[in-house]
Design a protein around this ligand. Structure first.
Ligand SMILES: Cc1ncc(COP(=O)(O)O)c(C=O)c1O
Length: 365
């Protein structure tokens, strides 16, 4: 049996007629940029998260970079970011002129208060947390530390729509929660899209202005902005998907629970759901010191996997200028050599899950 690492067609099929009808309605409406569909999705997504405001933007990367800029992060500032995140967060920091200070994660895949504390300097302005793979970061100590030191706290929630820490949705712990709606995400559209959520009215207004040429009234510009909009078609599709996000997240959780119960191989370390966390399992990421051999073995058995992420930011050409040598972030580097994402998608059948489990269990090195 062949099992793909991810697939989107099964989820689409479940509500195909609704998507198609909505797309036709929007195409026929003549309103493609901003307007009612975008307003209504923003309201629904803010409500879903328990945030006061949501502003749709063009992508997850834009959600991050616009947030940092509109919170006033810029030249001379340092922003603490985990080394093992997707490059977007690191690029967003660099893009606004600040210095990304890369640190190792704590025990799991995410930042912890100690790793943040160890990187603080007088220039530290903000902390950027990623709820990696849909596993919420322990926010207790980080929120306390940011309050104590007067630091901005930004959450990259691209993997974690609907995830919770102590019953509170991720994205609502600090100044800004940044989401990607890239098609493969737990809440994914049919192209690019993103959003910022916040409880800060002034900041929300700035993001709203920035995303549209710094303009509220056509041809009047109060700041130098960007063209970064969530379009009406995507907002319409997202509105439909949001209605079943809790169920689709629960379906991923059931797959993760089955993997965790039935994968038994001493060579493979399974991910842990921290206490107090509601995970949404964007990815189910195992670790294996013989990762490349494991990946080959799975491939030979028809199981396709992906590595999130094979090259940490500090070892990419783009960030060579930071001068962070190999060996400086040992945990991050070890993770990039050992992590492997098993197939995870909505609509995955029992026999597909069994095939993955069987293939992992039969790996002998
Ligand atoms: C953790 C993380 N943050 C941010 C992004 C950026 O999102 P986008 O692709 O919508 O720009 C991604 C995209 O994959 C991501 O994985």
């Amino acid at each position: 049996m062949e099992v793909l690492s991810g697939r989107l067609d099964r989820l689409f099929e479940r509500r195909r007629e609704e998507y198609e009808q909505k797309a036709l309605d929007i195409l026929r409406s003549g309103q493609y940029i901003l307007g009612e569909e975008v307003d209504s999705f923003e309201k629904a997504f803010a409500l879903f998260n328990g945030a006061k405001y949501c502003v749709g933007v063009g992508s997850g990367l834009d959600a991050l970079r616009i947030s940092l800029r509109m919170l006033g992060v810029g030249e001379g500032d340092e922003v603490i970011v985990q080394g093992n995140t997707f490059i977007a967060g690191v690029m967003a920091v660099a893009d606004c002129g600040a210095v990304p200070v890369l640190v190792d994660p704590g025990d799991g895949f995410n930042l912890d208060a100690e790793s943040v504390r160890s990187a603080l300097t007088e220039k530290t302005r903000a902390v950027l947390v990623t709820h990696l793979y849909g596993i919420p970061t322990n926010m207790d100590g980080i929120v306390r530390l940011c309050k104590e030191r007067g630091l901005l706290l930004i959450e990259d929630c691209a993997h974690a729509h609907g995830a919770q820490w102590r019953g509170k949705k991720v994205g609502t712990f600090g100044d800004a929660g940044c989401f990607s709606f890239y098609p493969t995400k737990n809440l994914g559209c049919f192209g690019d899209g993103g959003a910022v959520i916040t409880n800060n009215a002034e900041f929300a207004e700035k993001v709203r202005l920035f995303r549209c040429y710094g303009s509220e009234v056509k041809y009047h510009h109060s700041l130098i902005g960007a063209n970064s909009l969530l379009d009406a078609l995507q907002a319409g599709m997202l509105g439909i998907k949001l209605q079943s996000l809790d169920e689709t997240n629960a379906e991923r959780t059931a797959i993760a629970e089955k993997y965790s119960a039935e994968i038994k191989n001493p060579l493979v370390v399974l991910p842990k759901a921290p206490e107090n966390a509601k995970c949404v399992w964007h990815q189910y990421v195992v670790r294996c010191s013989l990762r490349d051999r494991l990946q080959r073995h799975l491939e030979e058995n028809g199981i396709h996997t992906i590595i999130h992420y094979p090259v940490p930011a500090h070892l990419t050409e783009a960030f060579a200028y930071l001068g962070i040598e190999r060996g400086s972030l040992p945990k991050t580097e070890e993770l990039s050599d050992t992590v492997l994402s098993l197939p995870m998608y909505n609509g995955m059948t029992d026999s597909e899950q069994d095939a993955v489990i069987e293939a992992v269990n039969s790996f002998s090195g």
